[in-house]
Design a protein around this ligand. Structure first.
Ligand code: MN
Length: 129
């Protein structure tokens, strides 16, 4: 089963995501800020990352930049989780290196649809298709 890393500083949001994802059968790893997320990627090798934009220490934009700059981490699919989905934000998020974004409050079916799209793409990339 796929492993998902949740990087989110708000414990209530983190718990909500964990419950949704575990109920769907995902293995969940958690991080509370961007630095922790970078460590957790190396230590736990997740298949996908859900990355909150507003976090202490290292925010989501800085974290995705570090991921894309590191060849060992760069292929990881990363979805932004954002409270501010305003006009123009989608462009900014995609330009920053995210593969997509989800607006809070999180809609479960949209979450799974986006994750499964990216995980399928990653599988076929691994298979060399
Ligand atoms: Mn936050």
């Amino acid at each position: 089963m796929s492993k998902v890393l949740i990087a989110e500083d708000n414990p209530v949001n983190r718990e909500l995501l964990r419950e949704l994802l575990e109920a769907r059968g995902y293995v969940v790893v958690e991080a509370c800020d961007g630095e922790e997320a970078l460590r957790a990627i190396e230590e736990t090798q997740p298949d996908i990352l859900l990355l909150d934009l507003g976090m202490p220490v290292l925010d989501g934009f800085a974290t995705v930049r570090r991921i894309r700059e590191n060849p060992a981490l760069a292929p990881l699919p990363v979805l932004a989780v954002t409270a501010y989905a305003m006009q123009g934000d989608r462009e900014r998020i995609v330009a920053a290196g995210f593969d997509g974004y989800l607006s809070k409050p999180i809609n479960a079916s949209k979450l799974f649809q986006e994750m499964e799209r990216l995980l399928a793409r990653r599988q076929s990339a691994k298979a060399g298709n």
